[in-house]
Design a protein around this ligand. Structure first.
Ligand code: TTP
Ligand code: MG
Length: 600
């Protein structure tokens, strides 16, 4: 439960809502507590007045008594209506304040979570499933909100009603009160267990629902593979299984949900019967009046919901505490990469030299390093090519430069300063990184390119597209740069997507450009065009090109061959060819492939 304590400051922050809300909860409870007292008065007076005027019926005294009876009856009716109305109004105010406050807190909490998630490192996302994070941001926050709002409201109202009703009942007859309350603990306890079952089952239902949706989402986004492998019927069967699971869980939930009402009603009925039975005895003994019995019956009815609410609230609080603990685990995850203590605010620009000094990197503490003791230097304005088998560690290596990953040992330097010394905004603002997997947003082409630089002018976007060899394609699109891509618009080819992604990096006019296999989906001619455009910036921009194709790196000032996390060979194209090693092998293989391709 301790995890919920840290929400206390929110009560203070929204005290302008919580205080009136709690006062309204008390006022509403108080108003409804007075109603039974008025009913008792009515039950005790009305029959007597009726008997009185009947005795004088037909005489002027009878008429007078009838008029008095009628006035008193209306008076009672008016007071009861007024009290019920007041109780309703206060209850409205209570909801409008407490529930509103809980929505504000939910909003604060969700934004805080999102903000925190945005600052967590790439490494954090490698370790957490997206579905889990979505659950944190939706259902866990909702649980916490229910604790902050409804749970607090129900508790306050319940305490006020129970304390006040019991006091009034106790003053009238301690004995009858004791009898009437016998079923109450059973009610509270049974509601607690039922609520727990309802909650467990609705969690199971929720989980089944996420499984169902991710199944659907996966089969829709993988529809190409699905159809190509003629797996529709297998997929259909799998879906039906999930769907049937969902139905089972819904029925489970509906069962408990339906079963607890009879239990509730039986216990309330039991209380009523006890009141009538024992109360009747007390009336004949003259200890209480008939009006008291009516009063008691209303009190018992009035108290059942608050007593039940206690059982419900306890279960709700337990759930909220579990959710808050899960949320806290995320809040506790340090933004791995942040402007640290070493940040040197003086470093405002990046020239572009890159140095690795004995760099090792591992994805997890207990795993083998995927990069081992890498050392090399790239002068500012020169180019570096990186080749190597798949899984050699190329992507891991270049992600150390913009600090998407953090070296486990050794240092990565830019312009002779450790990368950690640069304010993140400066570091990342100077690097144009084209990741291996292209990601485009469902926006226009222009917006996708300008993502790299929100203030980019049209001219700049145009130039970036031209350098990425995309301009001719864009001109052919129905609405040029304003054409929507992705789910909301046209579908781009693999190569077009890649070039949009390159344009996004170029629009930043970066000092360091990093292409991670970013030319893999374009043909050799387009590759040549793009590399030619990049060459115009030689001397002013450091370029790091990772590629599986020798043709993309052969003109680089230096080439590194990465093999199983170590630098196997290093040098220029000519030097490496002369070495007759891995590089020369790869080169010959690719030449042969090209020749073969040219023959067909
Ligand atoms: P990468 O650096 O992704 O290898 P690569 O870029 O050279 O491969 P490709 O040419 O196919 O793009 O991975 C290096 C090793 O690190 C590989 O053995 C897989 C491992 N790895 C992890 O253990 N955890 C991770 O999260 C990732 C991304 C990789
Ligand atoms: Mg890679």
């Amino acid at each position: 439960m301790g995890s919920l304590a840290q929400l206390n400051h929110y009560y203070l922050k929204y005290k302008h809502l919580f205080l009136p809300g709690l006062l309204a909860a008390m006022a509403s409870a108080a108003a409804s507590i007075v109603v039974p007292i008025v009913v008792r008065q009515a039950v005790d007076t009305i029959p007597r007045m009726v008997a009185n005027y009947r005795a004088f019926e037909g005489t002027p005294v009878g008429d007078y008594l009838y008029a008095r009876f009628f006035a008193v009856l209306m008076g009672f009716a008016g007071v009861i209506l007024l009290l019920s109305f007041l109780s309703g109004v206060f209850s409205f105010v209570m909801r409008q304040t407490v529930v509103v406050a809980s929505r504000h807190i939910e909003y604060d909490l969700r934004n805080r979570l999102y903000d925190h998630l945005q600052r967590l490192s790439h490494g954090f996302y490698l370790q957490h499933a997206t579905g889990d994070l979505i659950t944190r941001a939706t259902s866990d926050i909702e649980q916490v909100r229910r604790y902050i709002g409804p749970a607090l409201m129900y508790t306050t109202r319940a305490v006020v009603i129970i304390v006040m009703a019991m006091s009034v009942m106790f003053i009238i007859s301690p004995v009858l009160t004791a009898y009437a309350l016998i079923p109450m603990p059973f009610l509270g306890i049974s509601v607690f267990f039922v609520a727990r079952m309802v909650h467990q089952r609705s969690d199971a239902l929720q989980e089944q629902y996420s499984e169902l949706t991710s199944r659907v989402q996966e089969s829709f986004s993988g529809v190409r593979v699905l159809k190509a492998y003629a797996r529709e019927s297998a997929e259909q069967a799998a879906f039906e299984k999930e769907s049937a699971g969902y139905r089972e869980r819904s029925l489970d939930l509906a069962m408990v949900d339906a079963a607890w009402r009879p239990v509730f009603l039986v216990l309330v009925g039991l209380s009523t019967i006890i009141v009538v039975w024992q109360g009747g005895r007390l009336v004949t003994e003259g200890a209480i009046t008939l009006g008291n019995i009516a009063e008691y019956i209303i009190y018992v009815a009035l108290m059942t919901w608050p007593v039940a609410a206690f059982g419900f609230v306890i279960s709700m609080v337990q759930r909220a505490a579990a959710s808050m603990t899960r949320l806290q685990r995320i809040f506790d995850a340090e933004p791995e990469v942040s402007d640290g203590v070493q940040t040197n605010e003086e470093l405002k620009t990046v020239q572009g030299s890159v140095t690795f000094q004995g760099v090792s990197f591992r994805y997890a503490e207990d795993e083998e390093p995927v990069l081992k003791d890498l050392s090399f230097h790239v002068d500012a304005g020169t180019s570096l090519g990186i080749v190597g088998r798949t899984g050699a560690g190329k992507t891991s290596m270049i992600e150390l430069i913009p600090r998407l990953l953090q070296a486990s040992e050794g240092r990565v330097l830019i312009d002779g300063h450790p990368v950690e010394a640069f304010p993140l905004a400066v570091l990342r603002g100077s690097i144009g990184y084209v990741p291996q997997e292209v990601f485009l947003f469902s926006e226009t082409i222009a917006e996708n390119i300008a993502f790299g630089r929100m203030d980019a002018s049209e001219e700049l976007i145009d130039r970036a597209a031209e350098e990425a060899d995309l301009l001719a394609n864009v001109r052919d699109f129905p609405e040029g740069f304003k054409t929507f891509v992705g789910e909301r618009g046209i579908t781009l080819s693999g190569g077009q997507k890649q070039r949009t992604s390159i344009a996004r990096a170029l629009v930043r006019e970066p000092s360091i450009l990093i292409l991670d296999d970013a030319l893999s989906a374009v043909d050799v001619q387009t590759e040549r065009n793009i590399l030619g455009h990049l060459r115009r910036h030689f001397g002013r921009r450091t370029v790091v090109i990772v590629s599986h194709r020798i043709s993309a790196v052969q003109d680089a000032d230096q080439i590194i061959v990465l093999d199983d996390g170590v630098i196997a060979e290093q040098g220029t194209h000519d030097v490496l060819l002369a070495r007759e090693g891995l590089y020369a092998n790869l080169y010959r293989k690719q030449l042969l492939e090209e020749e073969l391709a040219a023959m067909v």
